[in-house]
Design a protein around this ligand. Structure first.
Ligand code: PEP
Ligand code: MG
Length: 326
């Protein structure tokens, strides 16, 4: 198998019937960067910038942030990189950050974009570091845990101000600047068209989205086998997003853990995803799966099953059988 994955590394990621699917990798630290070439990823679909903050003993200085972002872009050699602004709070606590109170429900609490909009100095210095590191190159910035569109507008204001500031001081600016949002809070599902008009791209954080749609703590081992992302209701949610992406011509990626499991990656391809981001070790197995997948057939199969009134269909078993038959 390892031999097969190595052979596939340089090959384009295409289904058996010739549909291209972008396979990107998730990363968060400089040590992850060599994996970009080793795994044959098309780029970094999710760079978790909070990891630099989590391994440090104090807030990383602006220079250290800028250096890391520059190293990431250098290592990517022109392949696309999506930097997510710091996603702290919830289960990701910084021991040196004294701003947060004890929370009864940290997953639903003061975290991610909520926290950084309340501490705009944090967001501003991170965005400035990103803009400087990406001088002369493309920059993609993504906001975590967006709940309402006003949060995007406020983050965009901060970004625009930093751009004006840097250009006033004759800094080399990025050649293009794209702002995206993660879809991980269910409120966005009922404003998905407006969301897509407000951003340049979206990425589905299926770990958190599943947790919130199913009201199931993602870290609770007692519940970990109870509900399935490959169930009719959750697959309908994911398809609703993919369909909205097509309608609005907005690029959609999915960067939660399910992207890295071949059976789930297969289901995602069947409901219209053409870009998924995963841990580097999953790229070989997912690419091998795609090479044998007749996605046209799978699409018809998924459309049938997801539009049926039998919402308790055993989708995982049906997908497994589809895969085994082919
Ligand atoms: C997600 O929620 O699916 C995601 C990709 O972000 P994280 O796992 O870092 O919360
Ligand atoms: Mg998340």
């Amino acid at each position: 198998r390892q031999e097969l994955y190595r052979e596939l590394r340089k090959k384009p990621s295409k289904t058996k019937d010739g549909v291209h699917v972008d396979l990107l990798m998730n990363a968060g630290l400089a040590v992850d960067l060599p994996q970009l070439a080793e795994a044959g990823a098309a780029g970094i679909g999710l760079f978790r910038t909070e990891l630099q903050f989590m391994v440090a003993s104090t807030f990383p200085r602006a220079e250290a942030q800028e250096r890391l972002y520059r190293d990431v872009l250098d290592a990517a050699e022109g392949k696309p990189v999506t930097f997510r602004t710091i996603d702290i709070g919830g289960d990701k606590v910084l021991p040196y950050f004294k701003g947060s109170l004890h929370e009864e429900n940290p997953a639903l609490g003061w975290r991610a974009i909520r926290l950084t909009l309340d501490r705009p100095g944090l967001l501003r210095s991170q965005i400035r570091a990103l803009l400087k590191a990406a001088g002369g190159r493309e920059l993609k910035v993504m906001l975590p845990m967006v709940t309402e569109l006003g949060e995007i507008a406020r983050a965009r204001e901060i970004m625009d101000r930093e751009v004006r500031h840097l250009s006033r001081f004759a800094h080399h600016l990025p050649t293009s600047l794209k702002l995206g949002a993660m879809i991980e809070v269910p409120s966005l599902l009922w404003q998905v068209d407006e969301l897509m008009q407000a951003v340049d791209f979206v990425s589905v954080g299926s770990n958190d989205l599943f947790q919130f749609v199913m009201a199931t703590d993602r870290g609770n081992t007692q519940l970990s086998d109870r509900f399935d992302p490959l169930s009719v209701p959750f697959l309908r949610v994911l398809k609703h997003i993919a369909d909205a992406g097509k309608r609005n011509h907005t690029p959609v990626t999915l960067c939660g853990e399910m992207a890295g499991r071949p059976i789930s990656a297969m289901a995602l391809t069947g409901i219209g995803y053409r870009s998924i981001s995963m841990s580097p070790a999953s790229i070989g197995p997912v690419k091998a799966m795609l090479a044998e997948l007749p996605v046209g057939e799978l699409k018809a199969f998924m459309d049938d099953n997801l539009s049926s009134h039998a919402v308790d269909l055993p989708m995982r078993a049906l997908l497994q059988a589809f895969a085994d038959d082919r």
